[in-house]
Write a protein that binds this ligand. Structure first.
Ligand code: IVH
Length: 706
């Protein structure tokens, strides 16, 4: 049995621990904290709240203080953050990027004053000016300027070595590319925080959800995930910004005081983290803390405390640092806002993309100034883990996360007869099977084509450019048709004109609707009729099956050639031991997980009916065989930058029809890189690897098309 397998002495007062227990507890804490560090810094996906994390670190510190001989080489108190992730060039910071010690109450802050006073040998009562500024919940970064021009940007990494994210920081909001004025040092490294505003965070998550991409738990994770993108073109689309509040190496001193240095930063074009205050006393400092705590909800970005910094820079130098933090600063954290209330019931919500999310309906309770009546329970594992039941009394918390969380159940207050929650395996909206994919926490409704929760989203996808490409049908029109009960599934689009003209059909007829006239209705019906003939691959893509994007739809259509043979195969593949299932998995580019999802989609009777309804209205063309003779057959192509004569999707489709594979990133295996204006990192990489780089015109010459 390893040392970690034994019962932890969790919760026992450090003073009561034996030597052996303390050693075991320190080993456990080192392992646990390291894991949380990795989740937070490298995966941007923390699994515990900041408050719980701080509690672990505090416990570690308390035990170490009592048992200094047992401090481990891998002790969390010796580490700053996490080592840099693979993929970016490393940057060694000229001066280490430090972390901050925390203060949790007024006494801790008074102690900070005392420490500063003692260390500097000041007479009791000497005035110590302190700059109190909001602690931004983001991630720190360092920007290096030479002669006023931004030459390098880096993350903190482990404090000694960070990642070179220059391109990403160049496209970050409020990062000056060149400094304003002329009185800046020749060499100047400005440090500060990359963050995302709350409104931008909500908008980003909504877009991510629609695109079935990762949604972020809070603005901090979103900012970190956005900054650490290997492709800066992705970062460019993310609304992250930068606050300057400190500096690293400078070729000349900036000022005598932090307060005046901040003014200089602002003059050079940096946005400062406000509201900050220059405070002359402990009382002053604490009153700014209370002020920020109250106004916290109305700030456009998340803050998790207030940072106090000694204003005099000569004092800062004398105070120096200890282990991972400066002696001249401290972070006064806000307590996690918590409250107890009764959970009335657990509801299941179905998102636009079919995810079933459990939501706790609560007796309304005020948590940190905001009335909370719902809290997320994330997924079924979370309910199981916390054993949350209807009528339980629960602790609710609003920490950095915007959505309130259920921290725990107050077990002593569980009413008699409270039953375990059974997570539904059918969709509460449409009754289709709700399944969990391999290695996924979420359960999803499989009745995409008919489920009302997903309908508008599915229909929007169905008519989109790369699917049925029906002009004049945007989200607005679809929503109106849906709300009026005219279009519930894709086939309904194709019966719309008949129903509009029928006696006793759509009433009032469409051309009498506000915003519609005879012409627009005629145009719409013409646009719909135009798509009654549709390619097999577009047809498949339009169904909106999870993980079946254009590329997969094309693979499937080429492999099965006709819709009939495909549907027969999917029926046979319901038996996972059948040849039909292995055939599907064997298609290059389709793994067992995606195969499962496709088979499940066509096993859902609701979906089959919707597909049959649709087939009565449209003619699905058989797939064209691949041209294996072409010059690019079997080659790998990457498109980057802007294409000027065709869309990216068209170029891709053409290349694939000629038998090429279109990849998203450049590697030694790439045969051609087609680069248009604005090409960035991919082009650079292609040049480094000495690959064949073609212009758009070269490309069309090569494939013999105009
Ligand atoms: S000063 C030498 N000021 O908090 C001290 N840090 O918990 C360097 N942070 O790594 C940091 N707001 O990422 C400072 N106003 C602020 C801050 C701030 C947020 C972050 C920063 C730091 C972390 C430490």
């Amino acid at each position: 049995m390893s040392e970690l397998d034994e019962m932890p002495a969790d919760g026992v007062d450090p003073a009561d621990l034996s030597n052996e227990e303390a050693a075991r507890e320190l080993a456990r804490l080192a392992q646990e904290i390291a894991e949380h560090d990795r989740n937070y810094h490298q995966l941007d996906a923390p699994t515990i709240s900041d408050a719980d994390y701080d509690a672990l670190r505090r416990r570690n510190q308390a035990i170490e203080a009592r048992f200094p001989d047992l401090i481990r080489a891998d002790s969390p108190s010796r580490q700053v953050g996490a080592a840099p992730a693979q993929g970016f060039r490393k940057v060694r910071h000229a001066l280490p990027m430090l972390s901050l010690d925390n203060a949790f109450d007024d006494d801790d802050v008074a102690e900070f004053y005392g420490r500063v006073e003692r260390f500097l040998g000041l007479e009791a009562g000497t005035r110590i000016d302190i700059v109190a500024e909001p602690k931004i919940d983001g991630l720190s970064a360092a920007l290096l300027y030479e002669n006023g021009t931004l030459v390098r940007g880096a993350t903190r990494g482990d404090g000694e070595t960070g990642e070179d994210v220059t391109n990403n920081l160049r496209v970050t909001g409020d990062v000056p590319h060149s400094l304003t004025g002329s009185d800046y040092p020749e060499r100047l490294e400005i440090r500060g925080e990359v963050y995302m505003r709350r409104d931008d965070f909500f908008a980003l998550n909504e877009a991510q959800e629609t695109a079935e991409k990762q949604v972020f738990a809070n603005p901090r994770n979103a900012a970190a995930g956005s900054l650490r993108q290997l492709d800066f073109e992705v970062t460019m689309t993310r609304p992250i910004r930068f606050f300057g509040y400190a500096w690293g190496e400078t070729s000349e001193p900036l000022a005598d005081s932090l307060w005046s240095a901040r003014e200089r930063l602002s003059g050079w074009g940096f946005t400062l983290n406000e509201p900050a205050r220059l405070c002359g006393s402990l009382n002053d400092v604490l009153s700014h803390y209370r002020h920020l705590e109250e106004s916290r909800v109305s700030l456009p970005f998340d803050i998790d405390g207030v940072v106090y910094k000694v204003d005099r820079l000569d004092w800062q130098t004398r105070l120096g640092m200890v282990s991972r933090a400066p002696r001249w600063a401290v972070a006064h954290k806000f307590p996690a806002e918590k409250a107890q209330t009764v959970l009335k019931e657990i509801d299941i919500q179905v998102g636009r993309t079919g995810t079933l999310t459990p939501v706790a309906r609560l007796e309304p309770v005020t948590v940190g100034g905001v009335v909370v009546s719902n809290a997320t329970l994330h997924n079924e594992d979370e309910i199981e883990r916390k054993d949350v039941r209807a009528r339980d009394t629960v602790v609710v918390q609003r920490a950095g996360d915007v959505i309130p969380q259920i921290v725990e159940v107050v077990m002593d207050r569980r009413p008699k007869g409270a039953r375990r929650f059974k997570f539904p395996d059918v969709c509460p909206e449409c009754g289709s099977a709700a399944l969990r994919e391999q290695d996924e926490a979420a359960r999803r409704c499989t009745g995409g084509l008919i489920c009302p929760a997903q309908a508008v989203e599915r229909l929007r996808h169905f008519v989109s450019r790369n699917a049925f490409n029906i002009e004049g049908l945007g989200e607005k029109q679809i929503l109106a048709f849906w709300q009026e009960g005219l279009v519930k599934e894709p086939a309904d689009l194709f019966t719309l004109s008949r129903r509009n003209n029928d006696e006793g059909g759509i009433d009032p007829p469409l051309h009498e609707w506000e915003g519609w006239g005879q012409t627009s209705v005629r145009n719409l019906f013409a646009a719909i009729d135009l798509r009654r003939d549709i390619g097999f691959d577009r047809f498949l893509y339009a169904l909106g099956i999870r993980h079946v994007g254009q590329a997969t739809a094309r693979l499937l259509s080429r492999h099965y050639e006709t819709l009939d043979s495909f549907l027969d195969a999917m029926e046979a593949a319901r038996d996972r031991d059948a040849q039909a299932f292995s055939d599907l998995v064997d298609i290059d580019g389709i793994g067992p997980k995606v195969a499962d999802i496709i088979v499940e989609f066509f096993a859902e009777p609701h979906n089959l009916t919707a597909v049959e309804d649709l087939r009565r209205e449209v003619r699905v063309q058989d797939a064209e065989p691949v041209e294996s003779e072409s010059v690019i057959a079997g080659k790998t192509v990457v498109f980057t930058g802007t294409l000027e004569t065709v869309t990216r999707a068209e170029a891709k489709a053409k290349a694939e029809a000629l038998g090429a594979k279109v990849a998203g990133s450049v590697s030694a295996k790439t045969d051609f890189v087609v680069a248009g204006p604005g090409a960035g990192s991919k082009l650079k990489k292609a040049e480094e690897l000495n690959l064949t780089v073609l212009s758009e015109a070269d490309w069309f010459n090569l494939i013999g098309a105009a």
